[in-house]
Write a protein that binds this ligand. Sequence first.
Ligand SMILES: *Cc1c(COP(=O)(O)O)cnc(C)c1O
Length: 224
Amino acid sequence: MGIKDNLYQVLSKIPSHVKLVAVSKTKTADEIMEVYNEGVRDFGENKVQELLSKVDVLPKDIWWHLIGHLQTNKVKYIAPFVHCIQSVDSLKLLKEINKEAIKNNRVINCLLQVHIAQEETKFGFSEEELFECLESEEFKTLHNISVGGLMGMATYTPDEAAVMKEFTNLKEIFGRLKQKYFTASEDFKDISMGMSSDFELAINCGSTIVRVGSSIFGERPKKM
Ligand SMILES: *Cc1c(COP(=O)(O)O)cnc(C)c1O
């Protein structure tokens, strides 16, 4: 099957209230255009350098999501155009994004990445760190960011029950944060969880954004 067939296969499993972000890391502009031409506008990349090289050659109405770990010194390169930074994992990074957003006279959408997996290698806030961040005086001064919700990655395992537990945990953390800090905010509404191997499960657990790469574009070269 080609990319277009793959895309429709994936779309058929996504209800209309859930947004698809097509994860295009390692894929070429031509491959991305195959998906774009079917109407998809949200694309996800995990590396700043690679994202920059694609932005120049692809249509301007693409909504780019950064989904990989972001170093503070690289925020300035994507601040002019990025639609959403899904992988915010520290207050320091939020402050830098806010600073660059001011320079660009815009508000940048962010999701807070939560560490829900067993793997130590994955990034993200713990629940305790989230509370700390959101309660800090510094956070309250950041007017050029919009916190749209949470992002998380489950453990990479065939154990569905374990994955489900992690997704449910993220959904519950979202509920607690919403109640405590965002009752008045319409922006705080998204839970980005679910990838090729587990997006249907994630949707059943309350995901509102799925990030799907290999099921659409095909397998990537190992370890990118
Ligand atoms: C690569 C990646 C995805 C997509 O992974 P697939 O298994 O190819 O669907 C989703 N989220 C993040 C953060 C990623 O790095």
